[in-house]
Ligand binder design. Structure first.
Ligand SMILES: Cc1cc2nc3c(=O)[nH]c(=O)nc-3n(C[C@H](O)[C@H](O)[C@H](O)COP(=O)(O)OP(=O)(O)OC[C@H]3O[C@@H](n4cnc5c(N)ncnc54)[C@H](O)[C@@H]3O)c2cc1C
Length: 388
């Protein structure tokens, strides 16, 4: 198991990582096959995590939560992904994109109202739209019009992780459309709010069993008290959240890559060709060595960035914006190589749907797309570099 103290993290984070790793090995890994085959979301098993303090992880102790920090959340995500990347994806979207965002940005009154239920709840974040992906802010069409003590939301959100099953959603909409990205606000929308519905659940090549949906807001009346932060100031919430998300999901990359390497080592030791284990062949050894080097470079960069982001109060711009984009850009590039080698080492077995490396391979592609694509990350880095 991973020794976090070697990387400068403390005993408490080590204990949390170990606990999450053992929990996921016992409870999540056995669910992997069915989730992948049937696109099945184990809702009961998901909520059961709340019983051992693995939901609402960053909810403050004053509200009954475990009050963990971003570092702890990152390592739970890494451990979870190692054993079941699909359940980890849903967990990460809920815990980091939704819950942690509310912990950082919601008022005390809103936190008291919403966060306790996230100790056993599922959250989601709705930013992307059918016509607004990489240009999520500029092209956003969803509007929120003030009407008395409510806002009326109209529009569609696309590719929303947990959208079909979430209890609470953090949704972005334009309160002053003519102001472009400076007219965006964030709202908490509760499941069952009239006018809110799931337009479709989407069928994916990877992350199966983690529900992804298109959401519809049709004259959806949300109490004005659910507006998070200041009106028209949502861009700050989005941008800082995205930087944190990029580093957070680098932990998922480490989990995926470590699992792929471990499965490949096992396979190379046991698969016999030409009268010997394929691990004896230097060309196979070369792939294993390259996988390890790629993994460790992602680990070093991500752990460094994790410390920086956890300490930053200016995420969403400047140095941390550039570095978090660079971290996940590198992670995505390296993961591609690791997963490709893992399937190669498994030969024909790796091409089979039911092999675990095949599931990892299909999951890995999303790292180059979600939370800003590879090209968007390159744009962010280049723009920041050229400003200097
Ligand atoms: C499984 C899954 C889960 C997701 N979960 C969520 C979620 O929970 N919440 C949420 O809000 N969103 C979520 N997303 C959406 C995700 O963030 C977007 O898919 C992503 O930002 C890309 O947007 P797009 O798919 O519309 O692609 P597009 O923006 O249409 O991009 C298409 C291609 O054009 C390239 N491109 C676009 N603009 C430029 C440019 N200026 N320069 C160079 N190349 C460019 C892109 O890099 C890409 O290669 C999820 C997506 C998936 C697939």
């Amino acid at each position: 198991m991973l020794d976090l103290r070697r990387h400068g993290f403390d005993q408490q984070h080590q204990q949390i990582y170990d606990m999450a790793w053992r929990y996921a090995r016992e409870r999540h890994h056995p669910l992997l096959r069915r989730m992948d085959d049937e696109d099945w979301f184990p809702a009961d098993e998901y909520r059961r995590m709340g019983e051992v303090g693995l939901l609402g992880t960053t909810v403050p102790e004053s509200l009954g939560g475990p009050g963990l920090d971003l570092v702890a959340q990152f390592f739970i995500g890494e451990a979870f992904t190692y054993w079941n990347n699909m359940l980890a994806a849903s967990w990460g979207a809920s815990e980091n994109l939704c819950v942690n965002n509310l912990v950082r940005n919601a008022s005390a009154e809103q936190q008291a109202r919403f966060l306790p239920r996230m100790l056993a709840g599922i959250g989601a974040l709705g930013l992307t739209e059918p016509g607004a992906g990489s240009d999520a802010l500029g092209s956003m069409k969803t509007t929120a019009r003030r009407d008395g003590d409510h806002y009326v939301l109209n529009g569609r959100k696309m590719f929303i992780t947990n959208g079909p099953v979430a209890d609470l959603l953090l949704v972005y909409a334009k309160t002053t459309p003519e102001r472009g990205q400076h007219g965006i606000s964030a709202f908490v929308v509760e499941k069952g709010t009239p006018g809110f519905s799931v337009a479709q659940s989407l069928k994916k090549m990877g992350w199966r069993g983690s529900p992804t949906g298109e959401l519809l807001f049709d004259d959806c009346r949300v109490p004005a008290a659910n507006l998070v932060g200041e009106v028209d100031k949502g861009v700050r919430v989005v941008m800082s959240g995205l930087d944190i998300e990029r580093v957070f999901f680098s932990g998922h990359v480490i989990g995926l890559a470590q699992r792929a390497l471990d499965l490949s080592l096992d396979y190379a030791r046991t698969r016999v060709q030409f009268g010997q284990p394929i691990a004896a062949f230097q060309l196979v050894q070369g792939m294993l060595a390259d996988m390890y080097a790629a993994l460790e470079s992602v680990r070093a960069f991500s752990y460094q960035l994790l410390k920086e982001v956890a300490a930053a109060d200016d995420a969403g711009r400047g140095e941390i914006h550039k570095r978090s984009a660079a971290c996940v850009l590198h992670a995505g590039n390296m993961l591609k190589q690791v997963l490709d080698h893992a399937v190669q080492i498994h030969g024909g077995s790796g091409f089979m749907w039911e092999s675990e490396v095949n599931c990892l391979y299909r999951a890995g592609k999303l790292i180059e797309i979600g939370a800003g694509t590879t090209q968007v990350r390159q744009l962010i880095i280049a723009q920041e570099l050229l400003k200097e």
